[in-house]
Ligand binder design. Structure first.
Ligand code: BTN
Length: 241
């Protein structure tokens, strides 16, 4: 824990539109492993340009990374997903919906948004993590798709404790990842929500989801042949996207 305290600076801010947005704008002013936590995020960003509904009952945090150029940054989102999974799974049974949502009871408990800043090379990667902790009533648009620790277990949780657990868990897996040890991959594979489910490519062509490869691509069965896909190439209509 003391190593984590020296290495990670956790900054709490009362209210800003988005922790990702803030670090994107000010990444040069902060050192690597700064963790920005916001109690009242007013304009949270989700994947694919969606809105992320934030509430002070929940966790909104971003970790600033400044990775070396030889790092495969597309896999960092899997490292973050596996780190958060490791923590949430101590409290409730959950699984990872590739590329990086965490679900419990088929509903979304956590969403992750990675944003990279590059000029000629990658300058920074911002790992945004939103976790539903103590919220029990959700906005209409997501009320059938979202859940929280409190909704699942009917008690309140300590956000600060969970944030510290996530930073610890992330440090373990990210340190391994930098050294070339892909320990996160086993976690992703063993807790893979989409396994054997059906997805759609090219509009309405059905494929069966089989696995994830070492590069984090989805392996699907299409007309008796295995095919690898990136996240934009498949629709997972029946599940929370
Ligand atoms: C998604 O599932 O669409 C990703 C949601 C990511 C939300 C988090 S909350 C903290 C960070 N700041 C943001 O504006 N977004 C991410």
């Amino acid at each position: 824990m003391s190593v984590i305290k020296n290495k990670y600076e956790i900054i709490n801010i009362n209210s800003i539109p988005s922790t990702n947005g803030f670090l994107k704008e000010h990444y040069e002013d902060f050192k690597e492993f700064t963790v920005l936590v916001c109690d009242n995020q007013t304009g949270g960003k989700g994947r694919m340009g969606r809105v992320w509904f934030s509430s002070s009952d929940n966790i909104a945090m971003s970790i600033l990374l400044k990775p070396k150029s030889d790092i495969n940054i597309s896999n960092i989102s899997l490292v973050v997903g596996a780190s958060v999974f490791n923590v949430l799974n101590r409290y409730v049974n959950c699984s990872i919906k590739w590329p990086n949502d965490i679900l419990s009871n088929d509903k979304k408990l956590c969403g992750i948004l990675l944003e990279a800043i590059s000029t000629n090379e990658i300058e920074a990667v911002i790992c945004g993590i939103g976790i539903n902790i103590n919220q029990t009533k959700f906005e209409k648009e997501i009320e059938n798709k979202a859940t929280s620790l409190k909704k699942l277990l009917n008690k309140d949780f300590d956000k600060v404790l969970i944030i510290n657990e996530i930073v610890n868990s992330f440090d373990n897996l990210y340190t391994d990842f930098i050294k070339g040890n892909n320990s996160y991959m086993e976690i992703i594979r063993n807790n893979f929500y989409l396994k054997d489910k059906i997805g759609f490519i090219n509009g309405n062509e059905e494929v069966k989801i089989i696995d994830i490869d070492e590069e984090g691509k989805l392996i699907v069965l299409r007309k008796n042949e295995l095919k690898k896909l990136n996240s934009g190439e498949i629709t997972l209509e029946k599940f929370y996207n």
